[in-house]
Design a binder for this molecule. Structure first.
Ligand SMILES: O=C(O)CCC(=O)C(=O)O
Ligand SMILES: [Fe+2]
Length: 295
C-alpha cells in the first residue's frame, strides 16, 4: 500500500492525513485477542486478591475492561504496550502495510520510536462514580506530540500513526486536529492538567474532527495540535498510537529502545524477534520515572 502524491501533498500541507483500510479487521483480531487475554490475566489476579467481585467473562472486548476498571482501577496500572510486550503488538509495529506508508513519508531507513501507547477511552457515562482515571487522561487536552520528546530531538522528524481498534467517531471519542498549524513549530506546554499547550498560546484555529474507522489511520506531524474528545458512546474507544523516525535520528527518548523496522541498505539490521524487543525494554526499565515533558 502506497500513499498517492496527492495524499503526500495533503499531509505535508495540512500536517495530518487520514488513510482508510490500512489493516484489515482480520489482521487486527490477533492484536485484540492478545489485549483481551492480558485483561483476563489481570482480572483473574485481582479476583484472587479479592479486589474484584465480578469477572464479566462474557462481556465483549468493547465493554469488559470498563466494567472491570470501574470496580478496580488498579487493573489499568502499567497497562500499555511496554507493559505487556506481546508478540501480536510487536507484529503490528512491523506490519507491512503500515511500514509501506511510513516509507512514503520517511524513506526506506525506518525505526520504530519507543513512544507508543495502547489507550482505552472509557464511556464517559459510566465514570461518574469518581473511581476512573482523571479526565485529562481520558480526554487528552490540546497538545503537540513533540512535547513529550527531549529537546535534543528537535531536528528529527517523528511521525505519529494513530490507529483505533474500534470505529473512532464523534460519538466514541475520536481526535480533533488543527490543520496547517504545525507550521508554527513548537508551542509552549504545561504539565498541569495533562501535557497541554499553555492556554495563551493555543492557536485560534477551527479544529477538524478526525473520524477514523477501525483499520484506518490518522497520521500526524509532531507539531500538529490535537486532542481527544469525550466518549459519549457505550463502548470503549480502544486505540494504539505509534511513532516512527528515520534510523539514526534522535528519537526524543534516548533512554528507551528504538529499533529498525525497515532498511534497504542493511536488511539484516531489521529487528524481527520479539524476544530481543522485550529484552531491550527490560534493559531500559531503569530509565523509568525520567522526565518526559518539556515546557
Ligand atoms: O487517543 C487520544 O485520544 C489521543 C492520542 C494522542 O494524543 C496521540 O496519539 O498522540
Ligand atoms: Fe498526541
Amino acid at each position: 500500500m502506497r500513499l498517492s502524491l496527492e495524499q503526500i501533498i495533503r499531509y505535508q500541507t495540512e500536517g495530518y492525513l487520514i488513510v482508510e483500510n490500512v489493516c484489515s479487521h482480520a489482521e487486527l483480531q490477533p492484536v485484540i485477542e492478545e489485549i483481551a487475554s492480558e485483561i483476563d490475566k489481570r482480572a483473574d489476579r485481582l479476583f484472587a486478591e479479592g479486589k474484584l467481585a465480578e469477572l464479566y467473562k462474557d462481556e465483549p472486548f468493547e465493554r469488559r475492561y470498563s466494567l472491570l476498571h470501574r470496580q478496580c482501577p488498579e487493573i489499568g496500572r502499567g497497562f500499555d504496550i511496554a507493559g505487556y510486550l506481546g508478540d501480536e503488538i510487536f507484529k503490528l509495529l512491523c506490519n507491512k502495510n503500515l511500514i509501506d506508508l511510513v516509507e512514503c513519508l520517511l524513506g526506506s531507513e525506518i525505526s520504530c520510536n519507543p513512544i507508543q501507547h495502547l489507550r482505552a477511552k472509557h464511556p464517559a457515562r459510566g465514570s461518574a462514580d469518581g473511581s476512573s482515571a482523571p479526565d485529562y487522561f481520558q480526554n487528552v487536552p490540546w497538545h503537540q506530540d513533540c512535547a513529550v520528546t527531549s529537546e535534543d530531538s528537535e531536528a528529527s522528524e517523528i511521525i505519529t500513526f494513530w490507529m483505533p481498534l474500534v470505529d473512532a467517531t464523534a460519538e466514541t471519542g475520536c481526535m480533533e486536529v488543527m490543520p496547517h498549524v504545525f507550521k508554527l513549530g513548537y508551542l509552549n506546554h504545561q504539565a498541569e492538567g495533562g501535557t497541554m499547550i499553555v492556554p495563551e498560546k493555543l492557536p485560534q484555529v477551527e479544529p477538524v474532527l478526525a473520524e477514523c474507522p477501525k483499520g484506518s489511520l490518522v497520521i500526524m506531524n509532531k507539531y500538529t495540535p490535537h486532542r481527544g474528545i469525550s466518549n459519549r458512546s457505550d463502548i470503549i474507544r480502544w486505540s494504539i498510537d505509534l511513532r516512527y523516525h528515520k534510523t539514526g535520528a534522535n528519537s526524543g527518548r534516548s533512554f528507551q529502545p528504538s529499533f529498525p523496522v525497515r532498511s534497504s541498505s542493511d536488511t539484516g539490521s531489521v529487528l524481527r524477534d520479539p524476544d530481543v524487543w522485550r529484552t531491550l525494554w527490560r534493559e531500559a526499565a531503569n530509565g523509568a520515572g525520567r522526565k518526559i515533558h518539556r515546557v
